[in-house]
Design a protein around this ligand. Structure first.
Ligand SMILES: O=c1[nH]cnc2c1ncn2[C@@H]1O[C@H](COP(=O)(O)OP(=O)(O)O)[C@@H](O)[C@H]1O
Ligand SMILES: [Ca+2]
Length: 406
């Protein structure tokens, strides 16, 4: 992947703007086709003067569930969900700017897990929806994103929004994204040692705002929260699941239910006999992560921004407020996991997977990445009212590549 090295090389080159450009508003539309849902992000930028970088003014955000991969056998129906979201953009963007507003969709782990044939059929239908829209459809407007971009783009978003990519004294923060089907870890190594002991395909360099960044990033496919449920149940990558019952000590004893993920129906339930509760659940879930992830020493002492399912499960268990987010330690997830798993009857109907999810998050952080109990996690959904998603980083890159930012 030699092109990965130069991918961001000319991110926002200075002063290539026509000298007479006036204050000027423009838009970018980025779709996130995630494994559990499809989302549209419509960003508004204002270029106040030609010598300054465009400023991000706001975001309109809308989402639908399930994700495209749930339509693996009905690609047209899948594309229909994209079309409905695109109607939001038709309302949001003034008609005279439609033709200048690019629309792009990037799919993540849900489509990576489908067969090439089914994934391509979905992308083709979406591409047709775009072609029929009044927006600017760049080449490669509909694609499956490489997992390493997913981490880098989210890192750019968070560090841009927190002001760490401009000026002196940059203290960038690492990011942790826990999706449905994959999970990403990204940070800027501070120690030469880290660079030396890290496998080459975990490192990516790029240049931005006159600085060169060499990031550590990796996307683990199959380690998202929902995929991990299947792995814990022993149901991941099994071809014929029909009728088979998958049981776990992380689920309420009497539970028997059905669950749809990636277009497949799974039957799952609790262990009627035998142990349930945190201890036995942890042993089960630990197998999913133990020895499977690279553990950079450097991260043990640093703090990270965490979002997506880290955020959602912390909200579900009142560890943080939905609007405010908050700062947690890794051990807070473990404490909650114990509380929930050892009192499973209380959580039975509302969220049967809560014990498993919290236990997985604990195991992933501690035994997967190797974080310490007291590692700080900054849980954030929005910064300055903008969603912390890779989509903003992707939109910067899109506008730049089209020469729309001047
Ligand atoms: O724009 C966003 N802002 C905040 N969280 C988001 C956004 N888009 C997706 N998420 C979160 O991502 C998680 C779902 O992961 P997703 O469906 O993207 O799976 P994937 O990344 O494995 O494909 C959920 O926690 C959901 O709330
Ligand atoms: Ca995602």
């Amino acid at each position: 992947h030699s092109n990965r090295e130069t991918w961001f090389q000319y991110f926002f080159p200075p002063n290539v703007c026509p000298v007479n450009a006036k204050a000027n508003t423009f838009y970018g539309i980025m779709f996130d086709a995630g494994s559990t849902g499809t989302r549209i992000h419509i960003y508004t930028f204002v270029q106040k003067s030609p010598e300054n970088l465009p400023e991000l003014e706001g975001e309109i955000f809308e989402s639908v569930k399930p994700g495209l991969s749930a339509y693996a056998d009905q690609p047209e129906k899948g594309a229909e969900t994209v079309k409905r979201l695109l109607d939001v953009a038709i309302q949001a963007v003034p008609p005279h700017l439609w033709k200048k507003t690019p629309v792009v969709l990037k799919a993540t782990a849900g489509l990576r897990l489908l067969s090439e044939e089914k994934a391509q059929a979905l992308l083709l239908e979406v591409r047709e929806v775009f072609e029929e829209s009044p927006f600017l459809v760049p080449e490669d407007s509909v694609s499956i994103m490489d997992g390493s971009y997913e981490g880098i783009l989210a890192w750019i978003t968070v560090n841009f929004l927190t002001g760490q990519l401009s000026g002196q004294n940059q203290h960038t923060v690492g990011t942790l994204d826990l999706g449905g089907a994959s999970t990403q870890i990204t940070f800027l190594p501070r120690f030469e040692e880290t660079l030396k002991e890290t496998p080459g395909d975990f490192l990516t360099s790029f240049e931005m705002f006159n600085s060169t960044y060499k990031l550590y990033t990796h996307s683990y496919l199959g380690f998202g929260l929902k995929a991990a449920r299947l792995a814990a149940l022993g149901a991941l990558n099994i071809e014929a699941v029909d009728g088979q019952m998958f049981r776990s000590s992380c689920l309420p004893k009497q539970l028997e239910a059905e669950w749809h993920f990636g277009g497949v129906k799974y039957r799952y339930g609790g262990k009627k006999e035998g142990e349930t509760g945190f201890k036995s659940c942890y042993l089960e879930v630990r197998k999913v992560v133990k020895g499977k992830l690279h553990q950079p020493d450097e991260i043990r002492g640093s703090s990270f921004y965490a979002f997506s399912y880290y955020y959602d499960r912390a909200v579900d268990t009142n560890l943080i407020d939905y609007e405010q987010g908050g700062v947690l330690e890794v051990k807070d997830f473990e404490r909650k996991a114990k509380e929930v798993c050892d009192n499973m009857e209380m959580y039975n109907s509302a969220s049967p997977f809560l014990c498993m999810d919290l236990t997985y998050i604990t195991a992933l952080l501690k035994e997967g990445f190797g974080f310490r109990d007291n590692t700080l996690l900054q849980l954030t959904k929005k910064v300055n009212n903008i969603e912390t998603s890779w989509t903003l980083g992707a939109t910067f890159h899109l506008l730049q590549s089209l020469g729309i930012t001047c």
